[in-house]
Design a protein around this ligand. Sequence first.
Ligand code: PLP
Length: 394
Amino acid sequence: MTKEQDMEAVYFDHAATTPLDERVLEAMKPYFIEHYGNANSAHQRGNKTKVAVEEARETIAELIGAEPAEIIFTSGGTESDNAALKGVVGATGKTEIVTSPLEHHAVLHTAEALKRSGVQPVYVEPDKRGVITPKKVAEAITDDTALVSLMHVNNEIGIINPLQEIAEVCKAHQVPLHSDTVQSIGKLPVDVDDLGIDLLSMSGHKIYGPKGIGVLYVRHATPWLPSMHGGSQERRRRGGTLNVPGIVGLARALELCIDSMEEHTTHFKKLRQRLIEDLDEKFGDCYRINGSPEQGVPHIVNLAFTGSQGGLDGEMLLLNLDVEGICVSNGSACTSGAVEPSHVLDGIGLDTETANSSIRISMGKDNTVEDIDYLVDQLDVVVRRMTKTTHASP
Ligand SMILES: Cc1ncc(COP(=O)(O)O)c(C=O)c1O
């Protein structure tokens, strides 16, 4: 693919990553060459970047209703999730983690890895929509629960968990609540006190910020121990030279997303409505939406193409759309050479055929109504082509 073709591709995979906002790049630029000092150096070059880091920390803290000292910079969502789970387990010495089968692998695989240290993950089953109910969380908590870890918005089906109610349950049992807000931050209001969360993970590259930077928020007095040892950075809570351009970029990206949150939400609702109208017109009842639109964010739409004669192959759908210049993601993963349905679609009870025929469309602020029309037109072409190939007589 040439650079021009790549730039022209209609991108509907913003839940995977977003392009860097030009204004974020502008904020970052001085910290690559001009102000390159190590933020932990005691001289003037170090002081210059230290000030930028502390300003970014204050900005982020204010935007989520936290104290600056509760913000720890990490390399992204994955590290923050790892540090949250390992940190609370290490500090409490307790042996259970309450989570859900729909979490991102950064949480699920960390919980599984902790089994080697004698920790047992306890999975709360979602309801049919993919939502975790406070009642189920209450039933899962025991005296051995170190923490509850539940995401705010699911990255595959866009479902929103009722964190406030879940937090009340956790508080009543005196168990810390961690939430992976990688997909909600900048898109939904996230205030740690309003939501009642004690630990939070966020990532720069999902909000038009840079890759390789994230935040772990840890509320004061939450039992937590660092798991990244090294220098004395981040008050000895996360060793490693600070990624100053990334930190500055993350703060700017979050600020910009929150400033435009209402405008973006209105835009996404409009795009979503157009998408559904177009799909209804072209596909009638040969498609379905996975998850629950009423309980979800507007910019993530997970679709299964059930077809009139059985489900289509989502991976082929993705590849065919790619050829037509459209980027989406699909509902299955290639594990050890075999195509398996995504754990999320499996977790909400979809049968393998439906899950494997699913694609995720995740819209971004720069997508237009024309992009949606183009997507559905091309989907129509591709689905017709695939239906013919799949069901042609031998
Ligand atoms: C919900 C969720 N958590 C965590 C991550 C991982 O974030 P990062 O890519 O910054 O490590 C992602 C990224 O896909 C995500 O969607």
